[in-house]
Design a protein around this ligand. Structure first.
Ligand code: BGC
Length: 321
């Protein structure tokens, strides 16, 4: 297993190596269905690069987003919807996909603001785009949209948490109404709910039962974290993204050893060249469903830049404690 500094450098190198000249971060550079830039993945990647001091890479991504948003100004102001992923040159993909997902735009606003605070950087150049995104989220947040996993259309707590984080970061008055709609007791046990704790978006409810349910039902014998119990995508393996988010939660609650364990599990998937896949295939929830996906799309995405990013984020958080 690489040491922590070596692992961080590898994550940064992998992300830098695949960031496109346009500034877009591919979800995965060599897994055909993921050869696009998702606003959700990209925003977490930019946040990780910002934490790691990679200011140029971070701002190249924000610039790419800002240009893409401003180009769609009329559509946004007329009440139209935005896609969740784009080609590297910022075009819609014109494929059948669960494209209406709001969380990424909230996370993007949050990441821009965090970056400005962290590095005392001016973000004036994103002002118009940030204003449009706030308008977009404030207009549509109550509409059912696809979840993080692009499967179920509803008003999801995890999506609301991201929208809340973005609007709150900019002091938008609608933030409170968004947070007030978060009802953790109505959600299925799904590890994306971790973001409610990480973004302090629990609406005064305790997150503890949610965390306990995740720990009980969605953590494998090795410590990796699944998305949800019925997950059959590539057989339903554990995701480094979610394992690191659980580690982040442990750090927030001062459980350093538990956080380090989550990092170690994630690093056990890192290949010598620094690649970290989207998911592990060692302890599949539904092994019978693996092969149909491999026949369709090949092996699971590897590297997944969001995996690299969450490992980098957890390392940054651990290093600053
Ligand atoms: C995941 C999304 C992710 C996308 C690109 C999908 O399989 O469900 O959360 O944004 O891959 O990484």
């Amino acid at each position: 297993m690489p040491d922590i500094n070596d692992a961080a450098s590898k994550c940064i190198s992998v992300i830098n190596a695949y960031q496109q000249p346009s500034g877009a971060y591919p979800a995965s550079p060599n897994f055909t269905p993921y050869e696009y830039c998702w606003i959700r993945d990209g925003s977490f990647i930019a946040d990780a690069m910002s934490r790691a001091g990679q200011i140029e890479s971070t701002e190249r991504f924000f610039n790419w987003c800002a240009e893409l948003i401003v180009k769609r100004r009329d559509r946004i102001l007329q009440g139209g919807l935005l896609d969740t992923r784009y080609t590297y040159d910022g075009q819609e993909t014109n494929e059948d996909w669960g494209n209406f997902q709001l969380d990424g735009y909230g996370t993007l606003l949050w990441a821009i603001k965090q970056h400005a605070i962290r590095h005392d950087r001016s973000i004036d150049q994103y002002q118009e785009a940030a204003g449009l995104i706030q308008h977009y989220l404030a207009s549509h947040w109550h509409e059912p949209c696809f979840d993080w996993w692009e499967e179920r259309r509803a008003v999801h707590a995890a999506s609301l948490a991201c929208i809340y984080a973005g609007l709150a970061a900019y002091g938008h008055p609608e933030a409170a109404a968004v947070q007030a709609e978060i009802n953790l007791s109505e959600e299925r046990t799904d590890s994306s709910l971790l973001i409610c704790a990480l973004f302090d978006a629990t609406n005064g409810q305790t997150i503890i039962p949610v965390i306990s349910a995740i720990e009980e039902k969605l953590v494998s014998e090795d410590g990796g974290v699944y998305r949800y119990k019925d997950d059959s995508y590539f057989g339903g393996g554990e995701w480094p993204v979610l394992t690191c988010m659980l580690g982040w939660y442990y750090l927030k609650t001062n459980r350093y050893d538990a956080a380090r364990d989550k990092l170690n599990w994630s690093l056990s998937l890192m290949q010598p060249n620094g690649w970290i896949a989207e998911q592990s295939s060692k302890h599949l929830l539904h092994p019978d469903s693996y092969q149909e996906w491999e026949n369709k799309w090949g092996r699971p995405a590897n590297p997944l830049l969001w995996s690299e990013a969450m490992v980098l984020t957890l390392i940054s958080l651990l290093s600053s404690t």
